[in-house]
Design a protein around this ligand. Structure first.
Ligand code: WT7
Length: 632
């Protein structure tokens, strides 16, 4: 499956466009199927209706576990590095991981989970999280992993949307020098979740938790009561594998749905190629499994290829800013896949934390989640890769299932801050506001994809219309990514950022409407408007303009109250970086907030506000500009 030269890439790419079905069939043949497909692809983008490998039967865990046992049973599948460097790391061989997944699959069955049931997973970054995910897949249950930073309300919304039957969690999580309650948050969430029958609780921090009789059971007790024989459920290629919620321009997160066959092929193919993974190498993706990056490039991609994947519980700056590099040295990491925000944050500590650390095992570096600025790209290249490791700047989305536009390591010539070229099978197109194709090079436009790929989303859970509206209606017969994009003179792609009302904070997507709704829940708040602004470390920060007539002299306290409200409603990740109290917002005569103006103010470019004559009351702008200058 691995492409070896740029010439081969170009030929493969052309073939994949001319004969997409033959191309993907060839790739799919590298995986293990109980029964092969009757039809490679049927599709239309108008409904949309997309089916890959129809009629095929498989279980993804046979591809991720069973098929490696005979030859690589003792090879490390997962290496786990704990938050606390004094604690021992853990290695699970493929044999052991297989056994644990089977055992936990039986625990799920024992607790009433059946094929097609939804299971919510809210766990710290421990090996059991991967075990839980794979155990769901083993028995044909659909997992919905919720990132450990979301609030009880966010979890409840997600659980109810998917009507989850079981929740898997832990007592708590370690994060740097903090201990975070997980079970307590789940307890709060479940007050409003009638579909949940059982909660399986892993012991991790061993902080005190309440255990409700009849509902809550301990992971450690349950696994003692089952055996290790858990035959993999036979699944259709188009059966659901997982739901993952993501923010958009409207207030309510969408449950992006991925199906088994296509997702597996796509995650496996892109992992193997983009990172040029070689047998026995250690692959370290620093994401959390609560995001798509973790699903595809900690769990499914690497394991489907028999790779060794490193899971890190902690954060790059704990106990100090050398931690991530120490992890690389300790586990002899060959491929490091991280986010621009992490690079920028570590870069700010200078080269001191790198002193005496051996990074010579590194062979490939990867970046994901947001545009990587040139300064960070060069720092990463020179100080971490010692100018000898290709950097793969991988552009993709929760909806795409896997990497879409990216260099292939040791194949594609790179260019700082460019995601470079589409992978085989991916047909990007740039369009103008009217949806007309912008042809040629040296052009800017809205990024769309015009042909299906196996890893693409199939629907948004419980609301197909929403999927159609969000992704397939802006431009006829195209998948719209929501990103703006430049195609330079060489035909290389550079993603310029979201063109919708989504803010990318540290590589995490946050909808402005969602944050506004949360702020507006605060008792004193009349109205608010949220925009993104450039932030040195996070890429974008959240700037909130808030009308709160009762704020008087207690601005700082009110600010804290609002932050607390947002934390309660969404989670700490959505907390605004700046809150400005104003008496009015710039609105058109039809009552629409002019975000363009607020964005300029948030960016500090107050001299470039432009025309305000269409505003209902242009004087509000003067007030906002004046106040914004006083805000730290
Ligand atoms: C959005 C998707 C799947 C990766 C994790 C984020 C932005 C992602 C890049 C990149 C520039 C990027 C886009 C995209 N993005 N990767 N290499 N260069 N921008 O997944 O939460 O679904 O967010 O992240 O704006 O639309 P996500």
């Amino acid at each position: 499956m691995q492409i070896k030269s740029f010439d081969e890439y170009q030929k493969t790419y052309q073939y994949s466009v001319d004969y997409p079905e033959q191309f993907w069939e060839g790739i799919a043949n590298n995986f293990q199927w109980r029964k092969k497909w009757n039809k490679v692809l049927s599709w239309n983008f108008s409904e949309p209706n997309i089916k890959w490998f129809e009629g095929a039967k498989l279980n993804i865990t046979e591809n991720c576990l069973d098929r490696h046992l005979a030859e690589n049973g003792d090879k490390p599948a997962i290496i786990w590095e704990p938050n606390d460097p004094q604690k021992e790391s853990i290695t699970l061989s493929y044999k052991i991981l297989h056994e644990q997944v089977c055992r936990f699959g039986n625990v799920l069955k024992k607790n009433g989970v059946k094929k097609g049931d939804r299971v919510c997973i809210y766990m710290p970054m421990v090996p059991e999280l991967a075990v839980a995910v794979l155990a769901c897949a083993r028995i044909g249950a659909i997992h919905s992993v919720v990132f450990g930073g979301f609030s009880a309300k966010s979890i409840a919304d997600r659980i109810n949307d998917a009507e989850c039957k079981v929740v898997i969690t832990a007592d708590g999580a370690f994060r740097g020098n903090k201990q975070i309650q997980l079970k307590e948050v789940i307890d709060d969430a479940l007050i409003g979740c009638p579909t949940v029958e059982k909660v399986i609780v892993l012991t991790h921090t061993r902080m005190a938790v309440s255990m409700l009789k009849g509902r809550d059971v301990w992971w450690e007790d349950e696994i003692k009561l089952v055996d290790t024989n858990c035959p993999a459920e036979e699944m259709d290629a188009e059966d659901l594998l997982f739901i993952l919620y993501t923010s958009g321009s409207t207030g309510k997160p969408k449950g992006v749905v991925h199906t088994i066959g296509g997702y597996m092929v796509y995650a496996g193919y892109t992992f193997s190629n983009v990172f040029n993974y070689q047998p026995d190498e250690v692959f370290f993706c620093t994401a959390d499994i609560g995001w798509i990056t973790g699903h595809s490039y900690i769990v499914y991609g690497p394991l489907s290829q028999g790779a060794t994947t490193l899971m890190f519980e902690g954060i790059p700056t704990y106990p100090d800013a050398s931690r991530m590099w120490q992890v690389v040295e300790k586990h002899k990491v060959n491929i490091l896949y991280t986010a621009p925000t992490a690079i920028r944050s570590l870069m700010s500590f200078g080269e001191e934390p790198l002193k005496g650390i051996d990074l010579s095992t590194l062979r490939v570096l990867g970046s994901v989640g947001e545009p990587i600025n040139e300064e960070a790209w060069h720092w990463f290249d020179e100080n971490i890769g010692k100018s000898k490791c290709p950097i793969v700047d991988t552009w993709w989305q929760t909806e795409t299932g896997g990497i879409m536009i990216s260099p292939i390591a040791y194949v594609t010539p790179t260019k700082p801050s460019f995601a470079t070229l589409p992978l085989p099978g991916i047909q990007p197109i740039l369009v103008d506001e009217q949806g007309r194709e912008i042809e040629g090079n040296g052009v800017n436009g809205n990024l769309c994809i015009k042909f299906p790929w196996p890893g693409m989303l199939r629907t948004t859970y419980g609301d197909h219309e929403r999927c159609k509206l969000t992704y397939f209606s802006t431009y006829k017969d195209l998948y719209f990514t929501g990103d703006g994009c430049l195609r330079d003179e060489d035909g290389y792609y550079r993603i310029t950022g979201r063109v919708d009302d989504v803010i990318n904070v540290s590589g995490h997507r946050i909808g402005t409407a969602e944050v506004e709704n949360a702020i507006n829940m605060h008792a004193g708040v009349v109205e608010s408007a949220v925009v993104g602004y450039p932030h040195d470390v996070k890429g974008q920060g959240i700037y909130a303009f808030v009308i709160n007539p009762n704020v008087h002299n207690d601005e700082d306290l009110t600010r804290k109250d609002i932050l607390q409200t947002v934390t309660r409603v969404i989670g700490a990740i959505a907390k605004p970086d700046k809150i400005l109290f104003v008496s009015g917002l710039p609105k058109t005569r039809s009552g629409k907030i002019m975000r363009r103006i607020l964005r300029k103010i948030a960016e500090g470019e107050t001299s470039q506000i432009g025309d305000t004559s269409t505003l209902l009351d242009p004087t509000v702008v003067t007030e906002i500009i004046e106040k914004s200058g006083q805000l730290k």
